[in-house]
Each structure stands twice: as structure tokens, then as C-alpha cells.
Design a protein around this ligand. Structure first.
Ligand SMILES: [Zn+2]
Length: 141
């Protein structure tokens, strides 16, 4: 492949345009030659055709790989967030359960307190009865 456009001299928008590093002649080469070695049509020097894609930055493959990595990272974070939400739900349910149990405990304590009060009342009555029995009999008047 020659380094200069064939005879017609038409430069296509897709052509790579650059200067020969040996003779400085302006060259236009079909983009398919990007990265290849060609001979300068003017001086015959060996030229590495610049690759505009390589100069623009990371290759398409590298970018797609990076996108995939980011998508995986996002997916991983999403799963982690979902896991945290599930745990939060579980903790909330546990808290509701404990609050319910606490209310039941309070009711139970109240019931026991009532029973103790009732027993105390019974003991007082028994105590009164015993007190009356222990009193010396009234003297015959
Ligand atoms: Zn040249």
C-alpha cells in the first residue's frame, strides 16, 4: 500500500492525514492502514501510520471492560443495599415484637400486683380474725 492517495488526490473524511516524519510531506492514508507500516510515496521512508483511535484514549474494548466492571460494582452495591434493607426490616420486626412483649410484660406485672394486693387484703382479714380470737374473753359483767 502506498502512503499517498492514488492519483485522484481525493481525501476522504475517514482518511488519516499526517506528515511523513522523514520528508515532511503531507500524507492522507485510508483509515484501514491505521497502526500499520507503510512506505512514504515521496521519500520511500518507512512510516508508522498513526492510529487516531489509539490517540483518542482507551480502546473501545478497554472502555467496554471498564463499563462492565462498573456495572458489576453497581450491581454488587445494589445487592448490598438490598441486604441492608432486608436486615433493617428484620430489625424493625424484632423491635415491634419486643415492644409487644414489653407491653405484655407490663400487663403481667400489673396482674401480679393486683394479685399481691388481693393476697395482702386476705392476710389482713385473717390477721384481724386471729387478733379477735386472741383477745381475752370478755369478763362476765
Ligand atoms: Zn516521506
Amino acid at each position: 500500500m502506498g502512503a499517498e492517495k492514488n492519483g485522484t488526490g481525493d481525501i476522504q473524511p475517514t482518511d488519516i492525514v499526517f506528515n511523513c516524519p522523514h520528508c515532511g510531506k503531507s500524507l492522507a492514508i485510508d483509515y484501514h492502514a491505521a497502526g500499520r507500516k507503510v512506505k512514504c510515496a515521496d521519500c520511500g521512508g518507512s512510516i508508522d501510520v498513526p492510529d487516531p483511535a489509539a490517540q483518542r484514549g482507551p480502546s473501545r474494548e478497554a472502555l467496554e471492560l471498564r463499563i462492565q466492571e462498573l456495572q458489576h460494582a453497581v450491581e454488587k452495591e445494589r445487592r448490598a443495599a438490598h441486604q441492608i434493607l432486608l436486615e433493617l426490616k428484620s430489625v424493625k420486626a424484632r423491635r415491634r415484637q419486643l415492644e409487644k412483649e414489653h407491653v405484655e410484660d407490663l400487663k403481667r406485672i400489673e396482674t401480679i400486683r393486683e394479685q399481691v394486693d388481693a393476697m395482702r387484703g386476705n392476710l389482713d382479714r385473717i390477721s384481724d380474725i386471729l387478733d379477735r380470737r386472741e383477745k381475752p374473753p370478755a369478763l362476765p359483767g
